[in-house]
Design a protein around this ligand. Structure first.
Ligand code: DX5
Ligand code: ZN
Length: 225
């Protein structure tokens, strides 16, 4: 059985002045996961939010909190993100010299373990940690900002990652430039979790979010069938 298609709106594109409502609305609109983009102004050239904001959002929903750490170093902060209520924590392979230790730490904190790669990084970096992760995230833009264009070469990378995963029950996620135009190719290549920021939050409230989530899911299901 293939893993289910999951739509994971990134609140990076939400209205930060009313984040609680933005999270509740997107979950009511049909989102499966809530994607939390944490940026430090060092690993990536932008600053977003940290564990205290996630902690404040936690009571607003029981939905899965999918935390994408774009910070270096990550290790000193893993416990804080676990305590804040993240369900999965994804670290960049490029963010530190001891990736395996970071993954072990997340596992020991009782959270789903994710690893991600920048577009330029080769998949081979992951060969030795395949049995230590629950999720592989293929970045389809250079991390740091929402609203960028999907990098077409990442389709082949998703296909190769899917082959590398084989029968392991690892979620294959794609993040950056996901729209109704790009999601199909990513799904056909083997991705099952789709992060979308601007494609969802460009709308204005619950009804628009529901339309966007439904359209994305439909395009992914159609392409996979
Ligand atoms: C990029 C972030 C993405 C981003 C996606 O650094 O990791 O999650 O917010 O935004 P869109 O869907 O607008 O490309
Ligand atoms: Zn992200």
């Amino acid at each position: 059985m293939p893993l289910p298609i999951r739509i994971a709106p990134s609140i990076l594109a939400a209205d930060f002045s009313k984040l609680g409502q933005e999270v509740r609305d997107v979950v009511e609109a049909g989102a499966d996961w809530v994607h939390l983009d944490v940026m430090d102004g060092h690993f990536v050239p932008n600053i977003s939010f940290g564990p205290d904001v996630i902690k404040a959002l936690r009571p607003h929903t029981t939905a899965f909190f999918d935390c994408h750490l774009m910070i270096a170093p990550a290790d000193p902060y893993l416990e804080a993100f676990a305590r804040a209520g993240c369900d999965s924590i994804t670290v960049h392979a490029e963010a530190g010299p001891h990736l395996h230790r970071s993954l072990q730490t997340i596992r020991a904190l009782g959270k789903k373990v994710g690893v991600t790669l920048n577009p330029a990084a080769p998949l081979s970096v992951l060969e030795n940690v395949l049995d230590d992760v629950d999720l592989i995230l293929i970045m389809s833009v250079n991390p740091g900002f929402g609203g960028q264009k999907f990098i077409p070469a990442m389709i082949e990378k998703i296909r190769a990652a899917k082959a590398m995963i084989g029968e392991r029950p690892i979620e294959l996620q794609v993040d950056g430039g996901i729209t109704v135009e790009t999601i199909g190719a990513a799904a056909a290549a083997g991705a099952n979790v789709f992060v979308a920021g601007s494609a969802i939050y460009k709308g204005n409230g619950l009804d628009d979010y529901r339309t966007a989530v439904t359209a994305l899911r439909g395009a992914a299901e159609t392409a996979r069938a």
